[in-house]
Ligand binder design. Structure first.
Ligand SMILES: Nc1ncnc2c1ncn2[C@@H]1O[C@H](COP(=O)(O)OP(=O)(O)O)[C@@H](O)[C@H]1O
Ligand SMILES: N[C@@H](CCOP(=O)(O)O)C(=O)O
Length: 321
């Protein structure tokens, strides 16, 4: 249950009094999610999500996230832009946690996505890059290649008692040495989502995207890297087996909306390898440091490790089409 910090009706009413959004009708904790505390809020003026940012979300980046989602929302992209208080601010604090009230978006994330869902998701990732890529503020990718050696080091103490974790980390040291030598330096870049997983893309019953949420890893990086992150999320079974038709549907949906250059296509297998390393590492860290008394279950690192094996066998980015 992702309500790490409780919010009472009185807390919510006091907080909402800084906005011109009518009276509070209903406040409901949202069970999904693993990083932040979320509530669904209904007022006489409509629906909102109230997010309390927990430790995993860097507080100094919150203004960037708010400005970026507001930018997307104002340009017509289905992002949950923040509501603004009477003083023009989007961020506040409840029970010691920084928080924001953001637009509630319709739809539901697809539990069993098929190629129709993948095609629409690909199209909306391309739109995100076309519409929001020129967002003028910069944010370094805190989960990019520069962070991976540090993530390995943070896993090491607990990995000492797990032969399997040691095996993965040893493989990653070699993988990083390889990726460092071939990582592209000059490809189209701009603001990216960086966590465009199925549970962050809301859809209607026809499998069309109605909302893209959870921008708390968003940053400035290569568009093709964002695509590779998304292909790893949408193009594999939860256990990590490739689904070539899903990969192809996603990439075609993307390419028809924002055509990829030959250089971007060539970079995809490397980016897919890097992204598989990134999510294996964060999942491994979470698993190694998991306390069984926590309600949130750690995600499976092996499922992402299998993706790495798949991408290592791919010679050209055209294989994904
Ligand atoms: N703006 C929003 N509009 C609609 N639903 C939302 C919104 N924000 C969050 N949700 C719901 O809350 C769930 C958890 O939110 P998420 O941002 O993914 O949390 P976490 O950062 O903890 O993973 C989502 O799966 C979705 O159902
Ligand atoms: N998508 C990541 C987890 C990111 O967590 P979130 O709760 O912030 O979406 C993964 O699957 O490893």
């Amino acid at each position: 249950m992702a309500v790490f910090t409780p919010v009472s009706l009185e807390d919510a009413r006091a907080y909402l009094s800084a906005y011109d959004i009518g009276e509070l009708i209903h406040l409901e904790g949202i069970e999904e999610g693993v990083s932040n505390t979320n509530f669904k809020v209904e007022t006489t003026s409509g629906l909102y999500a109230l997010t309390l940012f927990e430790a995993a979300t860097p507080e100094d980046s919150l203004p960037w996230f708010m400005d970026y989602t507001l930018y997307l929302d104002r340009k017509g992209y289905p992002a949950p832009g923040p509501a603004l208080k009477r003083d023009g601010q989007s961020l506040g604090r409840i029970n010691g946690k920084p928080c924001a009230l953001i637009k509630w978006l319709p739809g539901r994330w697809p539990r069993n996505p098929d190629t129709r869902h993948a095609a629409s998701a690909g199209e909306y990732l391309a739109k995100l890059h076309l519409i929001g890529g020129d967002f003028p503020q910069y944010r370094a990718n805190s989960m990019g290649p520069a962070s991976w050696p540090g993530l390995i080091a943070r896993c090491e103490p607990k990995a000492a008692t797990s032969p399997r974790a040691q095996e993965i980390l040893a493989d990653f040291r070699e993988e990083l040495a390889f990726l460092k030598g071939v990582w592209p330096a000059d490809l189209p870049k701009g603001a990216i989502h960086a966590d465009y997983f199925t549970d962050n893309v809301l859809m209607n019953d026809d499998g069309i995207v109605t909302g893209v949420i959870d921008y708390y890893y968003a940053c400035t990086d290569f568009y093709a890297y964002d695509l590779a992150v998304a292909l790893n999320a949408w193009g594999f079974t939860p256990g990590g087996q490739p689904q070539p038709q899903m990969i192809s549907a996603f990439i075609k949906g993307y390419h028809e909306t924002r055509p990829l250059s030959e250089a971007e296509i060539n970079a995809l297998p490397l980016f897919a390898r890097g992204s598989a390393v990134r999510f294996t590492l964060t999942r491994l860290y979470d698993l190694l440091n998991h306390d069984p008394s926590w309600v949130v279950k750690p995600k499976d690192p092996e499922a992402f490790y299998r993706r790495l094996d798949h991408h290592r066998g791919i010679k050209t980015g055209h294989t994904y089409f």
